[in-house]
Design a protein around this ligand. Structure first.
Ligand SMILES: NS(=O)(=O)c1c(F)c(F)c(S(=O)(=O)CCO)c(N[C@H]2CCCc3ccccc32)c1F
Ligand SMILES: [Zn+2]
Length: 264
């Protein structure tokens, strides 16, 4: 695809020129703030199926120049208390930089977290794959997990430890699969839910967002590895640009409501 970045002449304020949806409605991320919240007692806890992948399976871990991306098998799926099954496609992260460790996309009452993980799922009842689903209004369901710096996270290390093998854009390796449930917070019953978009070009307004209320933690060392190991440059590029600060700033909520599954 075309070259879009998070800063500079191809930065996010320029995205709408090449990707018109980026300047459109229902954009993500947003600041999840209290007066947008509406408690919805009918919101069922998120149920994940087949996240406990066998170590015999191999997953593709790649640097796509915008993020670190782990491919996921469509046998992994979730039910978000909705009519359709959403099958997993990939997970990726957004993070800050070593000097500015705030890099989540969603913020909560103005607080930005160190990083954020997204697990992209597509409506496999209706569409054959994520690329077809990506531009359909009921196409995608993305789980968002807010990440703080704190206790070491052994689950994240199962793929963070390979980052030095995919330093450059378009590098990818096969890694042993693991239980993706260990990357999620303990409570899957407390979350924010709203209609939004992809947070990267082409910014299709096709995402049912579920952002869990409880952040998970990774250690300072794990964060530094994430924020300083990858390049957005290809291996043949003469100038090396470190891949960090890969988060879109919060967009206007317009007249959207954020459903919340908790009351306190
Ligand atoms: N934040 S986000 O909105 O969840 C989000 C990203 F931030 C992100 F970088 C990606 S990307 O890595 O594919 C790079 C640019 O699309 C995606 N890709 C999704 C949606 C686009 C179509 C597609 C096709 C195959 C696999 C994944 C995807 C993405 F959904
Ligand atoms: Zn994302």
């Amino acid at each position: 695809g075309a070259t879009w970045t998070y800063t500079g002449p191809d930065g996010e304020q320029h995205w709408p020129k090449q990707y018109p949806f980026c300047g459109g409605i229902f954009q993500s991320p947003i600041d999840l703030h209290t007066h947008l919240f509406r408690y919805d007692p009918t919101l069922a806890p998120v149920k994940v199926w087949n996240y406990d992948l066998s170590i015999q399976e191999q997953l593709s871990l790649g640097n796509n120049g915008h993020s670190v991306q782990l491919s996921l098998p469509p046998s992994m799926h979730l039910s978000v208390g909705l009519a359709h099954r959403y099958s997993a496609a990939q997970l990726h992260l957004h993070w800050g930089s070593p000097s500015m460790p705030a890099g989540s996309e969603h913020t909560v009452n103005g607080k930005q977290f160190a990083a954020e993980m997204h697990i992209v799922h597509f409506n496999s009842d209706k569409y054959p794959n994520v690329s077809t689903a990506a531009y359909k209004s009921d196409g995608l369901a993305v789980l968002g997990v807010l990440i703080e710096v704190g206790k070491f996270n052994p689950g994240f290390d199962l793929f963070l430890k390979y980052l030095s093998s995919i330093r450059y854009k378009d590098q990818k390796i096969q890694v042993p699969a693991f239980n993706i449930r260990n990357l999620l917070p303990a409570r899957l019953d407390e979350f924010y839910r709203y209609d939004g978009s992809l947070t990267t070009p082409p910014c299709y307004p096709s995402v049912l967002w579920t952002v869990f209320r409880t952040p998970i933690t990774i250690s300072h060392g794990q964060f530094q590895d994430l924020a300083s190991t990858l390049y957005s440059s290809s291996v043949q590029d003469s100038i090396l640009t470190t891949l960090n600060g890969n988060y879109r700033r919060p967009k206007r909520p317009d007249d959207r409501v954020v459903l919340v599954s908790f009351q306190d």
